[in-house]
Design a binder for this molecule. Sequence first.
Ligand code: AP5
Length: 208
Amino acid sequence: MRIILLGLPGAGKGTQAKILAEELNIPHISTGDILRQASEDRTPLGLKAKEYMDKGHLVPDDLIIDLIKERIKREDCKKGFLFDGFPRTIPQAEALEKISNIDKVINLKVEDEVAIERLSGRRTCKGCGALYHIIYLPPKRERICDRCGGELIIREDDKKEAILKRLEVYREETQPLIKYYRKKGLLIIIDGGRSKEEVTKNLLGSVR
Ligand code: AP5
């Protein structure tokens, strides 16, 4: 199964993609996670991407397309994959079409206010990438990951100004993908505003 998960920043893509990928036994490919790791490792791609990411801008299409082309060549993608945060622009979707078929595109729909509230309270584990929210999904111990004991941090682009920029960029660059995939008959819409468990149940129901 080859799946694309679309949705506003903060819609819950990362949270749900981790669960869905495990349930379906396919790799979870998050371009955001790959770029953050590259930035942490201070690779040339990571250093270039960081300048865009911290301000809430998109990383240029050519860099992302090369990254995805390499990633889906790997053995683990033979059985399918779950894209989280890719494609994000029409040129990215067109490039993807040339290298792979897609079975389902799921739009995790939330209102702007929900996205802003979720991003403002998000905490991310520096060690294993687990996601928390100070109100909705709090860790057992403050600033410490339940799973690996790692430090919980606030992402650079989860500051107010960058959040608002990301929402604006989403409207301009990513939202047109909804129409694009609807026309192709691939689009499924899931209400992302419900509880984490309800969203998981509905997502699994839509792909099984
Ligand atoms: P990326 O990492 O992809 O970020 P994003 O799309 O902005 O999405 P987020 O990770 O912020 O949110 P999410 O939907 O995954 O929500 P989450 O599950 O964490 O991209 C970051 C940057 O990288 C981009 O801005 C860009 O610069 C660059 N980039 C990446 N891909 C690119 C591409 N293809 N092209 C160009 N540039 C690219 O949940 C959010 C919070 O809500 C968490 O605290 C979570 O615990 C909580 N939560 C989740 N679900 C629920 C629920 N149901 N109820 C209550 N709380 C919930």
